[in-house]
Design a protein around this ligand. Structure first.
Ligand code: SF4
Ligand code: SF4
Length: 184
């Protein structure tokens, strides 16, 4: 069975990403930045040929973090093709990857969910205004009923507060949705 996927157009132009080797590479095998797959996304990746063993359970008990593999003194996502710099599951890549370098994190008190950009992406330094301009579209996507429901099921998609992010704006509708669903 093919599970319908949620789609978001990326903010960073593709040619920039194809000439950058930051995404999909990680310093540690257990990096907390390795992408989280919701149950539906994991199902789609398995339909595409990934083995169940490539997914580690996350703290929310439903989603999974992809198991990274060693490559050239770093660790890479197993879907990454080093020869071409492409993602082998691009059309079904998880929400976590679709929104990057936007990230969703809790504030320091874990009371509010924030839309941020990860400063590790070099494009955020060159074109931060582009992310502010794009925020309405990204917020509308993240706060659509379908996406909020996915995030509520896979809460590990919301990261902890990080020093290396720039806050774009609070996600108040998502915050109250998560609060309601945790209390029900
Ligand atoms: S770090 Fe930024 S520019 Fe580089 S591949 Fe990722 S999204 Fe693209
Ligand atoms: S799923 Fe694709 S886009 Fe996401 S980290 Fe892996 S290779 Fe990169």
């Amino acid at each position: 069975m093919i599970v319908k996927k949620l789609d978001l157009k990326q903010t960073v132009p593709s040619p920039i990403c194809l000439s950058c080797d930051v995404c999909c590479h990680f310093l540690d095998q257990d990096s907390f930045m390795a992408p989280v797959f919701t149950p539906k996304e994991r199902e789609r990746a398995i339909e595409a040929g990934f083995s169940q063993g490539l997914f580690n359970p996350t703290a929310d008990g439903k989603s999974s973090r992809i198991r990274l593999r060693a490559y050239d003194e770093m660790f890479i996502c197993p879907a990454f093709l080093p020869e071409t710099g492409e993602c082998s599951i691009y059309s079904i890549r998880p929400l976590d990857c679709q929104i990057y370098p936007f990230v969703i994190v809790f504030d320091e008190d874990r009371k509010r969910v924030l839309l941020c950009v990860d400063q590790i992406c070099p494009y955020t330094e060159i074109e931060i205004s582009k992310f502010h301009q794009d925020a309405n579209r990204v917020v509308a996507f993240l706060e659509s009923d379908a996406v909020m429901s996915e995030i509520a099921e896979s809460r590990s998609l919301v990261g902890s507060h990080l020093e290396t992010v720039t806050v774009i704006r609070p996600l108040d509708r998502l915050t109250s949705y998560l609060t309601q669903t945790i209390n029900n």
